[in-house]
Design a protein around this ligand. Structure first.
Ligand code: 2AM
Ligand code: CA
Length: 264
């Protein structure tokens, strides 16, 4: 584990928000059959978790700015630090009672992500990373997978919501990837997709039309686990590009090449 005052702040905030989120997830199942479905209930759960995170982070680091999925931007006096907060990543899974979602908190300092925490409350898996200090799942040090043969690789991807992004482009990319890899998965939580690459469960992951709160924490996790993270086009600014591709050095390079060819 990483013991630093910053990590304590982040982990405490995330665990606190997770308590209500997990409780609310238990209720979702009971609401599936109602005519309106659990939509409003889930929005309320999402907002409640975000408020808990915002209050805890603002209390511990009063000057830092925040970028929150629900509330948007909160300017701070300290212009060099910004939290990127997703209180419920994998909303569609949560809404359908599928136990695969997470809270994600990343800290940006002077344009670089320096710390990240992703917590899956259902599986009680806490992923943490801090620049120069490594990446961990609970107490285990993480390393990206060592596979180098694309034919063995498990590749995760994400797709934009209905009416957003370029679905045709994604389908071309998925077809190209499926033609040469061991398996493709669409898990539904960008934060956990990154965390799973960091711990070697998935070999690769890419997604377009994504926001900073989806990927900020995961970027530092993968990098501290020895992986490579770029935009889906291979650029070195995934946060600014709003897209991501990651994996070990060899497979990552190959993936970016496959995506480029699929779009040529
Ligand atoms: P969410 O569950 O917080 O909405 C699914 O592909 C993943 O991408 C999820 O992590 C989802 O986050 C995110 N996602 C998909 N489309 C998105 C969009 N248009 N804006 C932000 N996040 C998006
Ligand atoms: Ca999200």
């Amino acid at each position: 584990m990483i013991s630093s005052p910053l990590m304590t702040v982040m982990v405490d905030a995330v665990r606190k928000a997770a308590r209500s989120l997990k409780r609310d997830f238990g209720e979702v199942e009971n609401l599936q059959v109602s005519r309106k479905g659990p939509g409003n209930f889930v929005s309320a759960a999402d907002r409640k978790a975000e408020e808990t995170l915002r209050d805890a982070l603002m209390k511990a680091r009063p000057g830092y700015g925040l970028v929150l999925e629900e509330e948007g931007k909160v300017e701070g006096q300290d212009k060099s630090h910004t939290w990127h907060v997703d209180p419920l990543d994998g909303t569609t899974n949560f809404l359908h009672g599928i136990p695969h979602f997470a809270i994600s908190v990343g800290l940006e300092r002077e344009g670089q992500i320096v710390a990240g925490v992703i917590y899956d409350p259902v599986k009680d898996e806490l992923f943490v990373a801090e620049r120069g200090k490594g990446a961990y799942l609970n107490n285990r040090r993480l390393r990206v997978s060592g596979r180098t043969d694309m034919a063995d690789a498990l590749v995760a991807y994400g797709s934009p919501y209905l009416g957003r992004g370029d679905h045709g482009k994604l389908l071309r990319e998925v077809a190209a990837v499926m033609a040469v890899t061991g398996g493709a998965r669409r898990f539904g939580s960008a934060a956990l997709d990154l965390a799973y690459v960091a711990c070697g469960r998935s070999d690769l992951y890419w997604e377009r039309d994504i926001q900073t709160w989806d990927i900020a924490a995961g970027i530092i996790l993968v990098r501290e686990a020895g992986g490579f993270v770029t935009s889906a086009d291979g650029g070195d600014q995934p946060l600014a590009a709003r897209s991501v591709a990651c994996g070990n050095e060899t497979l990552h390079r190959e993936l970016v090449g496959i995506l480029r060819k699929a779009n040529a």
